[in-house]
Design a protein around this ligand. Sequence first.
Ligand code: UDP
Ligand code: MG
Length: 338
Amino acid sequence: NGTRVRHADPTHSRIPDEVSQVRKPPVLFLVIPCYREQEQLPITTPILERKMGSLIDAKMISQSSRILFVDDGSQDHTWQVIEGLHRDNPILFHAIRLAHNRGHQNALLAGLMTALEQGCDVAASMDADLQDDVDALDRMLDEHAKGAQIVYGVRSSRDKDTWFKRTTAEAFYSVQAWMGAETIRDHADYRLMDRQALEALSQYHEVNLFLRGIVPDLGFTTAVVEYKRGERAAGESKYPLKKMISFAIQGITSFSAKPLKFVTGAGLLSTLTGIVMLVYTLISLFTGNSTAGWASIMCSLWLIGGMLMLSLGVLGEYIGKIYLETKHRPRYNIQQRL
Ligand code: UDP
Ligand code: MG
């Protein structure tokens, strides 16, 4: 009997341990970059407010969790709309205003770094247009509770995107894969990161920011949550074709020097072609058929000229990047805080 009691004792003493292991709900900062979203925000915020409320009620996040808007230097009334929201609910709605438009990626970073600075446990980023399903947040938090430090939201289908956006995205991922840069397929910037991951991110000082490439590079324990991507409710996409192309070039040149190798290969090939041409011309000279040369000379001129120009272009792309990085300029300036 005595041994049995002693045997039972350790199990009893383990109970308080387990109780103390029940984690406190994490403080969540929901970071929303906004650029000219005055029409969209009044639609978005009630949904987010309800979501945050239900997450707090379910004890999945702490009561001091908040929504952090980043106004990316909008020229319209986005900031005034945010100010109104903050007046109505100063506990939930916080905001920073960038001094001028720095683009989606820099706005996101500004928000994430502010969240880190203000003591969040986890920060999730989401677009203002709610194309990302807010209900996936529950599952992201579940994954976090199970130990994931970075949780990626991945679109399970893209049928709400236009045919054009789908095909160009597909092509982009293929090129990226071929370049050897690690990105998560069909993951936009809907993700959750814990403090440790955010701190690691704060050590990346590059000006040419491509978070979808940097975050997988951080490592840590990761998980993926799938969701259906919806349509933008109001306003138009802030990513016109021009921005999309430059974003894709950014994504490739920020993570890989392969285009340089490709150019070297192309240069080698064109040199070899030139040598073959030369041999052919010499032979035709000695065999007396030297009149037929005009076309081939013109062809090779154009060919080599083209290759040279291409190489210069790619080199310029990288040198431009080096130039920007060496200046170590701040990536954003915060003008106002709420
Ligand atoms: N955005 C931003 N700065 C910009 C462009 C966009 O902060 O210069 C924000 C925008 O308000 C939105 C998110 O980035 O919350 C994604 O933009 P959008 O929905 O227009 O892009 P798409 O979904 O069409 O790729
Ligand atoms: Mg969108």
